[in-house]
Design a protein around this ligand. Structure first.
Ligand code: SF4
Length: 165
């Protein structure tokens, strides 16, 4: 911070911290961001933290962006099944609709040197359907200011087939 950067890349700045220290770190980063007019790229697996500190979220799977859009829209109405699985993995204390154990996601992350064919998420996807192992989905508009790489998104199949030609 002493060099007054225009961009700060914060890689897992809140991981393994207890919630009190995590809140202090996030508040400090937001304060510095506002005071210094910083752009900040915040990297974490914790979607619930991103919603509090970020304007936009890009979700990556197997080294590629699979969904991107306004933070709260992406978290509350995921367009990609992987984003939905991430969002469902967090307990929402106080909301009776989410009582019980958080949902998990089966399977393992893919071997990046031997990626699955088609949609790389298809071996783990709870919504997989017939074309998913064969067609690699490209990012397609999935609402205002949003894109997602899933064949369930309207128009994604046509765009993905055209991109593969
Ligand atoms: S393209 Fe198919 S496998 Fe991939 S995320 Fe969408 S539904 Fe799941």
């Amino acid at each position: 911070m002493a060099c007054e950067p225009a961009l700060v890349i914060a890689d897992e700045p809140s991981t393994a911290l207890d919630v009190m220290v995590q809140a202090q770190v996030l508040q400090l980063l937001q304060k510095l961001q506002q005071e210094m007019g910083l752009a900040m790229l915040f990297i974490t697996h914790d979607l619930s933290v991103l919603v509090e500190v970020c304007d936009r979220i890009a979700v990556m799977y197997a080294g590629r962006i699979v969904e991107e859009g306004p933070a709260r829209d992406v978290f509350e109405h995921p367009a990609h099944p992987y984003t939905a699985a991430l969002a469902a993995a967090f307990p929402r204390i106080g909301d009776p609709r989410f009582r019980g154990a958080p949902a998990g996601l089966g399977g393992d992350p893919p071997d990046l040197q031997a990626l699955p064919t088609g949609c790389t998420f298809h071996p783990r996807c709870p919504r997989v359907f017939e074309p998913c192992p064969d067609v690699d989905p490209v990012l397609t508009e999935a609402g205002a200011g949003r894109v997602a790489a899933c064949l369930l998104v309207e128009g994604a199949m046509e765009r993905s087939l055209a991109a593969a030609r």
